[in-house]
Design a protein around this ligand. Structure first.
Ligand code: ADP
Length: 445
């Protein structure tokens, strides 16, 4: 898909068989999150706001009514089941709807309401009587553009005069005939072609430009430059809106190129903690021995929902097969599955159809499965040098305060090296990891 493979973290096959190397694909991860998400991710952190003009009053809203939207748009918002603006929307919406127009850079983790916010802004911004393109929105991939397009369509359900076009590959258009759709969403390459080569859009008439998922965009070969090329054709007074889930330096530099005199809104993600987790380790010899230990744990496993992490696809497949042979019902999340297949597996697990999910780390990174109360590290998380990967460990078993439920983590230790890793993790977090005897599980009570 658009050749968007992220260089970067790789999962290295253990046991010298060179198996199952997986790469994190940011665009896929983002799509997966969108497919499985049904509601807002709650976040109790304070929103940080940095105004372009610190002397101008700072508006925030607690209700959608306060925004004085067109009634048909307000109806669309309520029809989506939104009762009140999310944390980030409270500040972002009045800024995006302000007159004269203001530029915005907004950062918050996925699921906090960014897409809904700029969809609303675009729908509110356009003049339906003008039959030309006024808002341009670019997204990193075909699928992500479609997802956002669906949000715009749903929210604009009662605005029949506002039309949306998709500038994505395969969508053939007649050259030189100007589009009548007020909103165009697409990928940078096709949007650029539509503006320049095919002249379907007059970029000089664009008054709102939205760049979504900036972090994914810059991780995708060529997308950054295409975005800047589109941006150069826009008029000076075009309102620029820029969104990202993360904000490392490269994203920031990109933002500065796209958004002059920005207002900046940030919402830090809630920190994960190990405080509500009881951590154990089990001594095992090799994978068969780990499997036996796991089967002994199984009674405890199936009480609640459990996730089991393996290092490679191959190990995850072997473990799933072995557990299934023993008559257990397990789901497998694996890198060779399509994003849709993975979303379906996670949905089933979430709804409790399967109690145990076996997965590799890459596959499940960034997915919150709130009801999981037991995590088993069948393989310990290590970095490329074989040292403890504390960050991944925390992601796997940590919880944010909001769930606060108690949980258990069981680590399988199969060598002196893995014992050293356990020690490293203990030191790093300053939390004891207790030895567990799986033939006597009283410690877990
Ligand atoms: P992001 O773009 O930050 O990932 P989304 O806009 O996709 O977040 O929102 C995440 C989920 O929350 C979606 O299912 C969306 O429909 C829902 N949502 C967004 N805004 C609200 C709101 N104000 N009230 C309730 N649900 C909302």
């Amino acid at each position: 898909i658009n050749g968007n493979i992220m260089p970067g973290k790789a999962e290295i096959g253990g046991w010298g068989e060179g198996e199952g190397e997986e790469r994190v694909n940011l665009a896929e991860q983002s799509l997966l999150n969108k497919l499985i998400r049904r509601s807002l991710v709650r976040n109790r952190n304070q929103v940080e706001v940095l105004q372009a003009d610190p002397n101008s009053p700072l508006y925030s809203v607690k209700t959608f009514e306060e925004l004085r939207l067109k009634p048909e748009l307000l109806k669309g918002v309520y029809n989506m089941g939104f009762n009140r603006p999310s944390r980030i929307q409270e500040n972002a919406l009045p800024m995006m709807l302000a007159q004269p127009p203001q530029n915005l850079i907004a950062q918050s983790q996925s699921g906090t309401g960014k897409t809904a916010a700029f969809s609303l802004a675009m729908l509110s911004h356009v003049n339906p009587d003008n039959k030309w393109t006024q808002c341009l929105c670019i997204a990193p991939t075909y699928e992500l553009a479609l997802q956002t397009g669906q949000v715009i369509e749903q929210m604009g359900k009662f605005c029949p005069d506002v039309k949306l076009a998709y500038a994505i590959r395969g969508n053939r258009m007649e050259r030189g005939v100007k589009l009548q759709e007020q909103i165009v969403i697409g990928t940078p390459g096709t949007v650029h072609d539509w503006c320049t080569k095919y002249k379907l859009i007059d970029p000089k008439k664009i008054t709102m430009f939205v760049l979504d998922e900036a972090d994914v965009m810059i991780a995708t070969q060529g997308h950054r430059d295409q975005s800047i090329r589109i941006h150069r054709q826009l008029p000076m007074n075009c309102q620029m809106l820029f969104f990202s889930a993360t904000f490392e330096d490269s994203v920031w530099r990109f933002a500065e190129q796209i958004v002059p005199e920005p207002n900046i809104i940030r919402l830090k993600r809630e920190e994960e903690t190990l405080d509500t987790i009881k951590q154990f380790y089990v001594n095992c010899k090799e994978k068969e021995d780990k499997f036996t230990a796991l089967c002994n744990l199984y009674g405890a496993l199936t009480i609640a929902q459990a996730m089991i992490f393996c290092r490679t696809r191959k190990m995850a497949a072997w473990l799933t097969e072995s557990l299934t042979k023993e008559g257990h019902q397990v789901a497998l999340l694996s890198g060779e599955m399509t994003v849709e297949q993975r979303a379906a597996v996670i949905e089933r697990f979430r709804s409790g159809k399967e109690k145990v999910l076996v997965t590799t780390n890459v596959c499940s990174r960034g997915i919150d499965v709130e009801q999981v109360s037991l995590v088993v590290n069948f393989d310990l998380p290590v970095d490329l040098d074989g040292n403890a990967d504390n960050e991944t460990y925390l992601h796997r078993i940590g919880r944010t305060g909001r769930f606060g439920r108690r949980g258990f983590a069981v680590n399988m230790v199969d060598s002196q090296h893995s014992m050293d890793i356990i020690k490293q993790i203990e030191m790093h977090f300053d939390r004891k990891i207790i030895k567990l005897d799986t033939s006597n599980l009283e410690e877990m009570e």
